[in-house]
Design a protein. Structure first.
Length: 246
């Protein structure tokens, strides 16, 4: 069953009004008809099962059949601070980490980033990345669309991460795997966790030291060096396995 996302103000006591690009998708791509059922979420744990009533040019109206709570999100919020990679790797990273349960994605411009985006390009990229996040959220039956932030400088990203309960920074010179396992296992439901992943060239030593000064904890992901597009997904996969509830 197809899932769509709306804002709270689009929900009436007995009906939901879908607007924006989803209207064209429902009418002209999926070619749905009145009477067909859909799932609708409003960025929370409440899921609505609805029946399409009317398909207008700029709005689709659906009758609410019933609402139910769905525990489809991870019990902890995971924030991915991803160093800007080359090419279209960021799109792949967003798609896969959304599938794995990431809560927010913060693209980070660190010293070894090859990619340099001017203001206009950065704005266009952010809009495209947010669209990829939404598509991945729909495909993987997420209850929320993870936010993709505008690109942040490394220092600004560290400041943003200060409010999180735990911040991890995978680094090749970090302590052994036993320490990483113990740290991952210590994460409890309700905690917020930040993950800093470097670009292709990794983080400079000075950046790691700066992160540690603000409270980040260096961890190892094993004896092999992982690509930037692999490292974040590796951490997300481990955390999903450890956190996922029945």
């Amino acid at each position: 069953m197809y899932r769509f996302f709306v804002e709270e103000h689009q929900i009436d006591p007995d009906r939901i009004h879908i607007t924006g690009s989803d209207v064209n998708h429902i009418r002209n791509v999926l070619r749905m008809k009145p009477g067909e059922e859909i799932l609708v979420s409003a960025q929370g744990n409440l899921e609505y099962r609805c029946r399409i009533e009317a398909l207008e040019e700029e709005k689709v109206t659906a009758e609410i059949l019933y609402a139910m709570e769905s525990e489809l999100e991870l019990p902890s919020r995971i924030y991915l601070f991803q160093g800007l990679p080359k090419g279209d790797k960021m799109e792949f990273i967003i798609q896969k980490t959304v599938e794995l349960g990431v809560h927010e994605i913060i693209p980070v411009a660190s010293r070894r980033c090859v990619v340099k985006l001017d203001e206009k390009k950065a704005k266009n990229k952010t809009a495209r990345w947010q669209g990829i996040s939404e598509s991945a959220a729909k495909q993987s039956k997420r209850m929320i669309v993870p936010k993709v932030h505008p690109v942040m400088k490394f220092g600004d990203a560290l400041e943003y991460a200060r409010s999180l309960d735990l911040v991890l920074i995978p680094y090749e010179r970090a302590k052994g795997m036993r320490y990483t396992k113990e740290l991952f296992a210590s994460i409890r439901p309700g905690q917020s966790v930040g993950i800093f992943i470097g670009p292709e060239g990794g983080f400079e030593q000075a950046e790691v030291e700066q992160a540690v000064e603000t409270g980040a904890v260096p961890v190892t992901l094993g004896k092999r060096i992982l690509r930037t597009e692999t490292a974040g997904m590796t951490v997300l996969s481990i955390l999903m396995y450890l956190m996922e509830e029945d």
